[in-house]
Design a protein around this ligand. Structure first.
Ligand code: HEC
Ligand code: HEC
Length: 338
């Protein structure tokens, strides 16, 4: 019965043109919508199951500049909620105001998105969190110094005890608490989600055409699949950057030269500029890149080829991407332990 209802909805929604494209993609509109449905719960690993005490401690640590040697930079300085948990810059700015080699990615929806970093060099959020604290170019503070500083703040002791009873203040508990907080940073419900759930008027017809293009002619879904619009795979999409990306972690695999982790596409409005090198300023630039702007080289993904999109189709794709922006509630800053 449900299937019949969905099929009727699909026919009612899809113009003849859209139906043809959905058929190209081998899926009905109803099946496509199902493939992009939001998950009901946030996963967390058994060794660091999410709890309120862990999330609150992790939020404090994420916003605490005392994790840096100069007491001047928190995780949130670069992963700033006002910029979709990024920084609005082409490449991050680290210790001593020196630019980093890569663009700051968002921390949105990372509970679903292993492994981490543009080149996938960290297997878990727990492991990743300890990287930037110690990195000389970022927060530049050795872990023993970090633990000594946190231990000297009386207010932190009961928070660690509540979150990780008997485990103390250690690199392991710092990494786990930050990871527990990050897993709660999930993009809110967007107009697209309401459409998926059956509100036919939640997105307009241009955006609906854009969704079909995304899944057929524009070929975006081969990499940007599922509710967070990524399969977390590594590909070379033909940006001009010389950075070899994933190939540094996994040498000897030609297709991993210049390959970077596929980012999710939610809340993009806040997240410009785009790509691991921050080289594309607008979403229009991104679409033009995929249409014709990429560099051809042996490592270029097989799924990147000229798209021959019309101006109208580009507009429709942009209209669709815009429906992935949620009206996220304001983020509350913690009052840090003293
Ligand atoms: C100076 C700016 C800066 C600071 C401070 C910083 N980051 Fe990052 N972060 C970056 C950049 C740049 C990258 C990408 C680096 C790369 O992939 O090589 C990144 C990557 C990440 C990723 C990987 C995201 C993904 O999609 O794989 C996570 C998670 C993350 N940072 C969390 C943190 C946490 C937690 C802290 C604090 C302990 C922190 N960052 C501090 C700039 C920063
Ligand atoms: C072959 C796989 C693949 C295809 C096809 C693909 N993408 Fe991507 N996309 C990626 C990867 C990988 C990146 C990151 C590349 C980098 O920074 O080097 C990316 C980055 C992006 C970004 C920037 C996100 C950010 O956080 O900076 C946007 C927006 C985007 N893609 C949209 C699209 C759209 C729209 C299409 C279809 C026209 C598309 N992609 C097709 C793999 C793909």
């Amino acid at each position: 019965m449900l299937r019949i209802v969905l099929a009727i909805v699909a026919v009612a929604l899809a113009s003849a043109d859209q139906s043809a494209q959905a058929a190209d993609a081998g899926k009905s509109l109803a099946e496509l919508k199902q493939a992009y449905r939001r998950p009901a719960t946030i996963p967390s690993p058994a060794q660091n199951a999410t709890s309120q005490a862990r999330v609150e401690l992790g939020r404090d640590l994420f916003f605490d500049p005392r994790l840096s040697s100069a007491n001047a930079q928190a995780c949130a300085s670069c992963h700033n909620p006002s910029f979709g948990w990024q920084d609005g810059l082409a490449v991050g700015v680290g210790f001593g105001m020196k630019p980093l080699g890569r663009h700051t990615p968002t921390i949105l929806n990372l509970a679903w998105s292993e492994p981490y970093f543009w080149d996938g060099r960290a297997a878990s959020l727990e492991e990743q969190a300890l990287g930037p604290i110690q990195a000389p170019g970022e927060m530049n503070q050795p872990l023993d110094k970090t633990i000594a500083k946190l231990t000297a703040v009386p207010g932190y002791k009961p928070l660690f005890e509540a979150a990780y009873p008997g485990e103390g203040i250690s690199p392991a508990t710092v990494g786990k608490a930050i990871a527990a907080f990050e897993r709660t940073v999930v993009s809110g419900k967007a107009p697209f989600d309401r459409w998926i759930e059956g509100d036919d008027h939640a997105i307009d017809s241009a955006a609906q055409r854009g969704f079909m293009l995304f899944n057929a002619k524009a070929n975006c879904m081969t990499c940007h699949s599922g509710w967070n619009f990524t399969d977390d795979g590594f590909r070379d999409i033909g940006l001009k950057s010389e950075d070899i990306g994933r190939a540094k972690q996994v040498p000897g695999v030609p297709v991993l030269e210049h390959a970077f982790k596929t980012p999710g596409l939610r809340d993009l409005r806040q997240r410009a500029p785009y790509m691991h090198d921050g080289s594309l300023a607008t979403l229009k630039d991104v679409i033009d890149h995929y249409d014709t702007g990429f560099v051809k080289r042996p490592s270029l993904s097989d799924n990147i080829h000229p798209l021959n999109l019309t101006d109208g189709e580009k507009q429709d794709l942009l209209a669709f991407l815009d429906t992935l922006n949620a009206e996220n509630p304001p983020v509350t800053l913690p009052v840090l332990p003293r």
